[in-house]
Design a protein around this ligand. Structure first.
Ligand code: ADP
Ligand code: MG
Length: 599
């Protein structure tokens, strides 16, 4: 299906940056809500205009009804033609509703769906710009709920505000004006509803808000725990802990049910009290207007007129009261979306040198580093020089900082003090985005997306020839694997690549790295989770791949790094030994100790 109103040009970068600006320097959810609708106000105004027409029959019908009753009860005073004319006009007013309902919904939806789309597009784009640290700290489940649930709540808020507030204002104002014209006494009677509504809201508002917040909190906790439980299923099953996992979740389910029940009870009391109050009042109005008609102060038909308005006012006031929870939930969601939009942890590539060519020389000069939330020094004056085209193996105990060094080469982290130079340039002065297109990484566990093997290998490459692809498959030792699969390259991997073994996934990741033809390749424990046969295959690929490229390898099995040009031992935050395999073995130091421990 084609959706012409929602093409990508219409959500261009200009519109996206407008969404960013809506959140910039703005903390008030109401103002943000007004700002994110900028550019769509025309549609909202059109929608309101058509809504006024759409709803007009409900306002005009009581007048016509009253008139017809008055004409019927006073035949000597009015002619029958007048009755017919009123009926025909009324029919026309009713008929136009077909078109105006459609048009008002169409424009409202167009505005709201575009804001929804733009907000999600802006959020996901922002997520791509935020640093790894941000992503590590914010759970993916939370982010997902922000992008899906909170945007939906904002959409609900916008729909309700634009619909209900307009309609409430419309009914109230027209009822008041018409009543004022027809009978001033009844108008003052109507005014009495205001203090009654205020009184009821005042009694219940605080309690309702508190109970709503509590319930929302419980719903969020439940969904967090369900996701946690699902993630833990393999471990739970393996340890036969199903009952423990279930009882943990059950406690939360019971809490949510309890909170929901309390909310329902409160809503029920609130609903019945307001229903009874308003209906008693309506009965009072009926009696009052009945007495007025009895004394011929108003015509009989007007009793129906006032009753209609009164019940629509009561309905509207009830609707506004019912809106309270939706409004508070919606504004809460604006704040929740702000958690992403306000996050400052963004890489700044403005005014930095764009990199078109990477040779692959690196130098660490006296680098110290600590993670921002942790005063413990991970690197403590590390110096290291790597020449283009070399294969460097990083060796060290777990937690010694090897991954940290690789992440600095990727540019995810910056030295706290000291410098990292790439081709002689300070890494802090270069445009990371342009630089990283020359890198390829193979992490410990590779992430495949739901798609075919071909798509996974060529991920992010616009154009790849069949020869390049075959070459990548050859280097990654994937040929046999692919030949055995029912659809070859077109076989789709499971959502997380679960249909392939760890070794096969790693080789797909290697093929992905090969096809990028990167100048610098980083393997961070790419073989650590694999059996020796798979490791051998991958080791072989690494060797083919690392020719003429700067290659960093972190591996625990020393056999994997036997062929590296240089080995760097990372210990106590510095590079404690550096040299070829033979040199380090001869030195009989730290590396020698590792080696003898393993053999
Ligand atoms: P290696 O890869 O050699 O096992 P890492 O570079 O991953 O070691 O970690 C080095 C040290 O930094 C460890 O003590 C680890 O606990 C700490 N560390 C790693 N990542 C973070 C992080 N995101 N925040 C705080 N500390 C971290
Ligand atoms: Mg590591």
């Amino acid at each position: 299906m084609e959706y012409h109103d929602f093409t990508e040009e219409k959500t261009d970068s200009q519109a996206l940056s407008a969404f960013y600006r809506s959140f910039e320097n703005e903390r008030s959810p109401v103002k943000i809500l007004l700002k994110i609708f900028q550019g769509n106000y025309g549609k909202l105004v059109l929608s309101v205009f058509f809504y006024l027409l759409q709803a007009s029959p409900v306002i005009i019908l009581p007048i016509v009804t009253a008139d017809i009753i008055n004409i019927a009860t006073e035949p000597e005073q009015y002619s029958l033609t007048r009755l017919i004319v009123e009926a025909v006009i009324m029919a026309l007013v009713i008929l136009q509703n077909v078109f105006t309902t459609f048009l008002s919904s169409k424009y409202r939806s167009l505005a709201i769906r575009r804001v929804e789309l733009g907000l999600r597009a802006a959020m996901t784009r922002k997520l791509q710009q935020l640093s790894l640290t941000f992503h590590k700290e914010m759970k993916s489940g939370k982010l997902q709920s922000k992008i899906m649930r909170d945007v939906e709540n904002i959409e609900g808020l916008a729909t309700n505000l634009s619909l209900n507030l307009v309609s409430v204002a419309y009914y109230l104002i027209s009822a008041i004006i018409i009543t004022l014209i027809r009978s001033r006494i009844v108008f003052f009677f109507f005014l009495l509803t205001v203090p009654i509504a205020v009184l009821i809201v005042a009694v219940f508002h605080r309690r309702l808000a508190r109970q709503n917040a509590d319930f929302r909190h419980q719903v969020e906790n439940t969904s967090a725990q369900v996701i946690e439980m699902i993630d833990l299923v393999p471990i739970t099953k393996a340890h036969a802990l199903e009952d423990t996992a279930l009882s943990r979740l059950n406690r939360q389910l019971f809490r949510q049910a309890g909170s929901g029940f309390a909310l329902d009870k409160l809503n029920a009391i609130f609903g019945s009290v307001s229903w009874v109050a308003f209906h008693l009042f309506q009965l009072g109005c009926l009696t009052f207007t009945g007495v007025l008609a009895y004394h011929k102060l108003i015509p009989v038909g007007d009793i129906v007129l006032y009753q209609s308005y009164f019940s629509s006012i009561v309905g509207q006031v009830a609707a506004v009261i019912g809106l309270l929870p939706i409004i508070s939930r919606g504004f809460e969601s604006v704040r929740s979306v702000g958690d992403i939009m306000w996050a400052m942890d963004v890489e700044d590539n403005r005014n930095k040198e764009k990199i078109t060519d990477v040779r692959g020389d690196y130098e660490f000069r006296n680098v110290t580093f600590e993670y921002h939330d942790d005063p413990h020094r991970v690197l403590n004056g590390l110096s290291l020089k790597i020449h283009a085209g070399e294969t460097i193996a990083l060796v060290g105990e777990s937690g010694s900082g090897k991954s940290t060094v690789l992440n600095m080469i990727i540019g995810f982290y910056r030295p706290t003090t000291g410098q990292v130079l790439m081709d002689g340039k300070d890494m802090t002065a270069i445009d990371m985005h342009s630089y990283r297109s020359h890198l390829a990484t193979v992490p410990q566990t590779s992430v495949l997306f739901a798609g075919t093997i071909r798509e996974n290998i060529t991920y992010g490459m616009d154009y790849v020839t069949e020869e390049q692809l075959q070459e990548a498959i050859r280097i990654a030792n994937l040929k046999e694997v692919i030949e055995k699969l029912p659809n070859g390259l077109e076989t789709s991997v499971g959502e997380h690549g679960d249909k392939l073994s760890g070794g096969q996934k790693q080789r797909i990741a290697i093929a992905r790295a090969v096809i990028r033809d990167a100048r610098v390749i980083l393997f961070d424990e790419a073989t650590s989770a694999l059996d020796t046969v798979s490791e051998k295959l991958i080791q072989d690929s690494i060797e083919k791949l690392s020719k003429n490229r700067t290659t960093f390898i972190v591996a625990h099995r020393l056999s994997t790094i036997r062929n590296a040009d240089k080995i760097a031992v990372i210990k106590d935050g510095i590079c404690s030994e550096f040299g070829t395999y033979e040199e380090l073995m001869a030195k009989k130091g730290e590396f020698y100790r590792f080696k003898t421990l393993q053999s």
